[in-house]
Ligand binder design. Structure first.
Ligand SMILES: C[S@@+](CC[C@H](N)C(=O)[O-])C[C@H]1O[C@@H](n2cnc3c(N)ncnc32)[C@H](O)[C@@H]1O
Length: 195
């Protein structure tokens, strides 16, 4: 079975990737991860979605492409320059709100169980502030973590944090967890309604 020949990136991705390359931003999501996000977004009509780490907007474009017209997406990043690429390519979409903020600071302002999907694509919301990111997921909703396989931009000592993250998720009875040794290394967690 092949996968990439059957995956078509949203139209905006080409111009985003061209600007991404020009500015030497090396952390853009790859198509397999984008297609996963698009598919998950399509499962939540009228959904409310959150991306932590807009970057230049590659995954933002994939999420938007899966969402219906009644869904909304908030995408948060501290790097205004990278986020401006997303604003130029996707800012016309009324379903999208780009927020220039730290992820932890943004999460602190959000009510519990207020998002149908959280794409944790920055270190905060994944390695720091994991509990805050998990708290905003609605029952039946997804928390998706990416870049769990070795990445060229990982800081020194980062690799040791991955098993720790997976252990924390595996021990969290509120979530059903699927670590995937696939693409850039993804973990998919679904919040369960326990009671
Ligand atoms: C892996 S990149 C995001 C890639 C993007 N989601 C995509 O699909 O192309 C991680 C992003 O997290 C952002 N970031 C780093 N620290 C952050 C923080 N404390 N709060 C919010 N964003 C942060 C970086 O500026 C960077 O753009």
């Amino acid at each position: 079975m092949e996968d990439l020949p059957f995956i078509t990136p949203p139209q905006a991705v080409a111009s985003i990737l061209s600007e991404t390359e020009q500015m030497n931003f090396g952390m853009a999501s790859e198509p397999l991860v984008g297609a996963l996000l698009c598919t998950l977004a399509a499962s939540k009509p009228g959904g409310r979605f959150l991306e932590l780490g807009t970057g230049t907007g590659v995954a933002t474009a994939w999420l938007l492409s899966g969402m219906d017209l009644h869904s909304t997406l908030v995408s948060v990043d501290i790097d205004e320059k990278a986020q401006n690429v997303a604003a130029r390519a996707l800012g016309h979409d009324p379903r999208l709100q780009l927020v220039n903020s730290g992820a932890i600071e943004y999460l602190a302002t959000q009510p519990a169980e207020s998002f149908d999907l959280v794409f944790a694509d920055a270190l905060p919301g994944k390695y720091e502030g994991l509990a805050d990111a998990l708290a905003v997921v609605r029952p039946g909703g997804f928390w998706v973590g990416d870049d769990l396989l070795p990445q060229p931009n990982w800081p020194e000592g980062h690799a040791a944090k991955v098993p720790n993250l997976l252990e924390q998720l595996a021990q969290n009875a509120d979530f059903s967890v699927l670590p995937m040794v696939w693409a850039t290394g993804v973990v998919l967690a679904v919040k369960r309604r326990i009671s």
